[in-house]
Design a protein around this ligand. Structure first.
Ligand SMILES: NC(=O)C1=CN([C@@H]2O[C@H](COP(=O)(O)OP(=O)(O)OC[C@H]3O[C@@H](n4cnc5c(N)ncnc54)[C@H](OP(=O)(O)O)[C@@H]3O)[C@@H](O)[C@H]2O)C=CC1
Ligand SMILES: C[C@H]1O[C@H](OP(=O)(O)OP(=O)(O)OC[C@H]2O[C@@H](n3cnc4c(=O)[nH]c(N)nc43)[C@H](O)[C@@H]2O)[C@@H](O)[C@@H](O)C1=O
Length: 315
């Protein structure tokens, strides 16, 4: 990928897309193109076609998607299935039609079966049933993976797919109901401290285990894979470290400076009991993440404090 190559980052305002965009800029890629969802609705096939015809991107990072936490996924399955199928179908098909040299599609660890053997190897895909709370989103992501593989096989395209673990970082969604656990708890513990509350309630039992990666590390991994990987087989991107949701809550409380107790809302779903990725394929290629969970939460909380006005706007 030459430094003056035309590169399209779909979803460049999102947490992951902005991390990829920043990384590309840092590394001297100067011919970047992007559009917000207001300027270009990626669900609109003809608009996407016109965009590709005009911009003629040579490389595409597909980081645009309908994204949310466990409750949003559970409550709005039609949106998660339809929007994601449309967005990825349109971008992948246009990338084929306009001869994009290479495309990187972002999937998610939720494509794997609910009770996949841990750590979860790439070969676990489609070996048993999915977690019901995010089945619709996972089915869309699996279709995206299969579409990339099908275009690679039938049309000899270089369309690769990356499966990140749970992410957090700059520009995350802090919606109290629809976000993922880490931004939700950063905001809840912060507000509890500000209001002098003595308890913060977390959803579920606190026992599920999750693996978290700082989004800028994923941005670096995406560029690394764009430059160094060219197989249709999917690649997991994780840290290899897991934490229980209760321990995560304690870590966030410590970072924020909340001294009260933690309660549990057991009417809310736990989701998958454990979701640790096997990232050996990525490690053997030569990439490892840099940011520890503690440091990543510290940096993210600083960013949250700086932009608190904006984050209180419901996303
Ligand atoms: N967050 C996580 O924990 C994880 C995320 N991923 C994957 O990473 C990718 C990015 O996620 P993340 O950055 O967290 O999500 P965000 O919600 O932060 O960003 C998603 C981006 O997609 C764009 N978008 C959504 N719908 C449309 C549309 N109809 N037309 C055009 N653009 C649209 C939005 O654009 P705009 O801002 O202009 O509205 C937004 O910038 C997704 O594929 C997701 O599945 C995978 C694993 C974990
Ligand atoms: C990345 C991945 O993210 C989603 O799956 P998930 O890992 O279950 O995501 P989550 O971050 O929303 O929850 C993680 C755990 O944390 C608990 N939990 C506690 N308290 C809060 C809380 O306040 N908010 C949320 N959201 N969860 C909470 C919650 O009950 C659960 O046990 C997919 O739908 C899909 O989007 C996907 O790909």
């Amino acid at each position: 990928m030459e430094k003056n190559a035309k590169i399209y980052v779909a979803g460049h305002r999102g947490m992951v897309g902005s991390a990829i965009y920043r990384k590309l800029q840092q590394e001297g890629y100067a011919n970047l193109c992007a559009a917000t969802s207001n300027e270009l609705d990626l669900k609109d096939t003809q608009a996407v076609d016109r965009f590709f015809q005009k911009e003629q991107p040579e490389y595409v990072f597909l980081a645009a998607a309908k994204v949310g936490g466990i409750l949003a996924n559970n409550n709005f399955p039609a949106d998660f299935l339809y929007d994601n199928l449309m967005i990825q179908n349109n971008v992948i098909e246009a990338s084929y039609r306009y001869n994009v040299k290479k495309l990187l599609f972002l999937g998610s660890s939720c494509i794997y079966p609910k009770f996949a053997p841990q750590p979860i190897h790439e070969e676990s895909l489609l070996t048993s049933s999915l977690e019901p709370t995010n089945e619709a989103y996972a089915i869309a992501k699996i279709a995206g993976v299969k579409l990339c593989q099908a275009y690679s096989k039938q049309h000899n395209r270089h369309f690769i797919s990356v499966m990140p673990t749970n992410l957090y970082g700059f520009g995350d969604n802090y919606h109290p109901q629809n976000s993922h656990v880490l931004p939700a708890l950063l905001r809840r513990f912060h507000e509890a401290k500000e209001q002098g509350l003595d308890e913060v309630v977390i959803w579920g039992s606190g026992t599920p285990l999750r693996e978290f990666m700082f989004a800028d590390d994923l941005g670096a991994a995406c560029l690394f894979l764009m430059l160094n990987y060219d197989q249709p087989d999917i690649v997991n991107v994780g840290t290899g470290e897991e934490v229980s949701i209760l321990d995560l809550a304690h870590l966030i409380a410590e970072t924020v400076g909340f001294k009260g107790r933690v309660g549990f809302d057991k009417t809310k779903p736990d989701g998958t009991p454990r979701k640790l990725m096997d990232s050996e394929r990525l490690h053997k290629l030569g990439f490892r993440h840099q940011t520890s969970l503690k440091e990543g939460i510290r940096i993210t909380y600083q960013d949250f404090l700086e932009k608190i006005g904006a984050y209180s706007v419901v996303k």
